[in-house]
Ligand binder design. Sequence first.
Ligand code: NDP
Length: 271
Amino acid sequence: MTRLLGVIGDPVAHSLSPYIHNHWLRENGIDAVYAALEVKADELSASLASLRAHEAIGLNVTLPHKESVLRLAPTASDTARRLGAANTLVRTPGGQWHAENTDAPGFALTLDYGDINVDAREVFLLGAGGSARAVADVLARRGARLTLCNRTIARAESLALDLAPAARILSLQEGLAQLARASVVINTLSLGHTGAALELPESAGGIFYDISYGKGAAVALAEARRKGWRALDGLGMLVAQASLSFELWFGAAPDLAAAHARARSLLEAAQ
Ligand code: NDP
């Protein structure tokens, strides 16, 4: 019987995850298919029950469900509990959902692959949403001198309280005005999806890492390159978190470099 996996979210049609995972399923000779499944917020509980009844092996979880699935899954990893969010569900031998978070270790892997050392360096994190929590957790644990910048200050304060108590907190406007002092900027704002621009200061080779990719990151990355920053997008993080999910479901770690190159070609062909 062909088994099911998928990503649940709303919207979800744009997701590259089916392309990434179906390639790995074929490569490993696994009789399963990975689909993008649109699930509205009020359908989440019923959808999880139905996918469980259909013996789905595992799920990725994206906006707006990352926090809610944690409340619905009977068990969760320590990382998912600490972050208050899960992006992966694994079917247990007893047929229940177990919640995991591979966004944080996926982001950590990309720092290693990109040779980005944040220890004792000035790091500005733009945004305080769900993904910023995973990013902040990694940055704080790696000894970054962290400044959190967000439009809604209360959200940045709550993130700091939970995960990065030593972080400095600024409004987004104040943060952008002080950005020249950063060695590394991590942009987790979803603003890029609207095509809106960020005005960045000049930099002599500082790192500007936007965790979005494709059209969602295009405007900010072009501005960063114009101003002398070393600009990176979030495709590496997407592939890394996907490979960690695949490993949780099947125990096999896919070839990250090859998957990254394939996803890059696909993204470039789509632009
Ligand atoms: P959230 O909705 O949880 O957070 C969005 C953030 O953007 C908040 O900080 C919000 O500020 C800010 N923001 C949104 N609109 C504006 C605006 N008009 N002006 C200023 N700030 C704004 O989203 P996520 O954290 O889950 O995702 C953020 C981005 O990261 C998305 O683009 C997503 O695609 C990408 N992502 C990439 C991943 C990867 O693997 N590469 C994984 C996960 C996410 P406020 O708090 O004030 O509302």
